[in-house]
Design a binder for this molecule. Structure first.
Ligand code: SF4
Ligand code: SF4
Length: 219
């Protein structure tokens, strides 16, 4: 388990390079854009096993936001609107509609299809950078369409959750302050299982907790 976590941590420290190479190479060789399908499917597929875990260690954009853009982030609180299910659904449907309108006319043309993916990733990464600078680095991840799909699958599976030993938790708020998704787990410490379907399973809260009272559980 330790080796697995170390691998994920090292992988996450460098996957932002994949995004840079992808966006750069995509200008000269658009078919490379089709690789984005892997990253787009990762959150919902990963959520079958352990919530939005792939958002924390696999996603190149997540790595870019955490490792690079975090350096210019104001670290202000993420607006509650971004967690709103209706808002997320509107974003999801808008981005999917734009995507379909672009991809259908070029269906079968590898260069044209790749260009659609590259353009979408450029636009969404640009939005992600602006939001990361204005609020917390992972603000985009609160309503990223792929993360939203991961959230839906996690909700169906219900196999990953947070558990807090309420007898030793001092409500110090350290877990909330370190959480990239701004989740105040300790407020729900009376529950046996704390389900937060946007939890990235990054383990930062578990590591930061001075009382060692918080645990990430996957069944
Ligand atoms: S960091 Fe630990 S002790 Fe502090 S509020 Fe969170 S769970 Fe409780
Ligand atoms: S800090 Fe804890 S609650 Fe927040 S995303 Fe990471 S694992 Fe989930």
């Amino acid at each position: 388990m330790l080796i697995k976590n170390q691998f994920k941590k090292s992988f996450h420290s460098w996957t932002w390079l994949i995004l840079i190479v992808f966006l750069g190479a995509g200008i000269f060789y658009p078919p490379i854009g089709l690789i984005a399908i892997i990253c787009m499917l990762a959150p919902p597929v990963g959520a079958l096993f352990n919530g939005r875990t792939t958002c924390s260690w696999f996603c190149p954009r997540g790595s870019f936001l955490d490792v690079i853009v975090s350096k210019i982030s104001c670290n202000k609180n993420i607006p509650s609107l971004f967690y709103n299910n209706i808002f997320r659904l509107i974003v999801f449907m808008t981005i999917m509609a734009v995507f379909l309108l672009q991809i259908i006319p070029v269906w079968g043309n590898i260069t044209g299809m790749g260009r659609v993916f590259i353009t979408m990733i450029y636009i969404t990464t640009f939005i992600g950078i602006i939001l990361a600078a204005a609020f917390k680095p992972r603000t985009w991840c609160t309503f990223c369409p792929m993360g939203t799909m991961g959230n839906w699958v996690a909700k169906l599976r219900k196999n990953s959750y947070i558990s807090i030993n309420k007898d030793i938790c001092s409500s110090c708020t350290a877990c909330e302050r370190i959480c990239p998704m701004q989740f105040a787990s300790y407020k729900y410490k009376d529950r046996d299982k704390i389900h937060f379907y946007d939890c990235l399973r990054c383990g930062k809260c578990e590591k930061k907790c001075p009382a060692k009272s918080i645990k990430l559980i996957t069944e």
